[in-house]
Design a protein around this ligand. Structure first.
Ligand code: APR
Length: 310
């Protein structure tokens, strides 16, 4: 069977880490696209990752490129190009520069891979996903953004650390926009099926929710320069793998709403089923009044970011 192909636009911290994770799992051949200069880090990173393959017993082919023609016939394209958030900078500050970068990338991607699924990571990611959707001319199921897998992973990590249990046994679900207004659904969180509320008091849960909301900023402040990239890269690859394998996984993703959750014409984090065509279905949940209210606040904030797109 022909090996699948992932192209990754932006070979910075997140893009190259995603390339390494995908290559080390052997899920696809990879093209890393970035602008070239001298020195040429993209080519250096691709070569470095290629040289890890014999040690990791994988045959993934990694290619660096500054020419979108090399992305031809990609199954999945990840967009990570853009400028990263600096300490004290809000995601919205990034808007204008990143919109131009992702739209230009999208036009090139669709020219060479008209049947691909695009996963967007560039921040502010909800608005950037909407911008990519508009620039692509694709049906909305083929354009998805990453935030929920990462936000949920952060939530699960903090729960596991607090209870001293295996993180793989902790489930959680985070909806809404990526950032301060995200909506963790506590009633869907458990440790091997035991509801979180039976294991922790409300105060502890609230403090973990708060830490999850600020999970990105916590890392930005610690790093001093740039933003988180290991977990964001792993999150993108989990989504890409679900698409490449047509595995019908139910994951949180930034998807287009057309009436689901009482909203329309907006991209925001919701549960979806992922198949080879991207979003097979948005899983529309009956939220409690309090949850719907929190989701509406989040949707309003994403809508205002979308409205400020050029
Ligand atoms: N075409 C291709 N690549 C580009 C372009 C462009 N027009 N403009 C910028 N890039 C590349 C940069 O050269 C750089 O290699 O995008 C890459 C971005 O990488 P980093 O600066 O290392 O940023 P990273 O930490 O990977 O974050 C990327 O993801 O989480 C979000 O907020 C984050 O929006 C940011 C994105």
């Amino acid at each position: 069977m022909k090996k699948k192909k992932i192209s990754i636009v932006g070979s910075g911290f997140t893009g190259s880490t995603a390339a390494f994770i995908a290559a080390s799992k052997g899920i696809a051949n990879i093209v890393l696209v970035d602008t070239y200069g001298s020195p040429n880090p993209t080519t250096g990173k691709a070569l470095d990752i290629a040289q890890a393959m014999p040690i990791l017993h994988q045959n993934s082919h990694i290619q660096a490129s500054n020419d979108y023609a090399d992305t031809k016939d990609s199954d999945v394209v990840l967009i990570t190009s853009g400028i990263a958030r600096k300490p004290g900078m809000s995601r919205e500050d990034l808007m204008q520069t990143n919109q131009e970068i992702v739209e230009n990338a999208t036009k090139e991607i669709v020219k060479y891979s008209p049947d691909c699924v695009i996963i967007v990571l560039t921040n502010p990611v909800d608005a950037m996903t909407y911008a990519v959707y508009k620039a692509s001319g694709f049906k909305p199921n083929r354009v998805i953004g990453q935030s929920g897998v990462l936000d949920t992973a952060r939530f699960r990590t903090f729960i596991a650390q607090s209870l001293n249990v295996a993180v793989t046994d902790v489930t959680g679900f985070v909806l809404g926009g990526h950032g301060d207004t995200m909506v963790p659904l506590i009633r869907y969180s458990s440790v091997s099926g035991v509801p979180l509320s039976d294991l922790m008091d409300k105060e502890t849960i609230d403090s973990i929710v708060d830490r999850t909301r600020n999970g990105g900023a916590e890392i930005v402040n610690l790093l001093g320069a740039g933003s988180a990239y290991y977990a964001p890269a792993a999150a993108m690859i989990e989504m890409a793998e679900a698409i490449l394998n047509d595995s019908h996984r139910l994951l949180p993703a930034i998807a287009y709403l057309n009436g689901e959750f009482n909203h329309e014409d907006l991209y925001i984090g919701v549960p979806v089923i992922l198949n080879k065509d991207g979003v097979e279905k948005v899983v529309d949940l009956q939220l409690s009044d309090e949850e719907q209210q929190a989701f509406d606040v989040s949707a309003a904030s994403v809508k205002s970011a979308i409205q400020s797109l050029k």
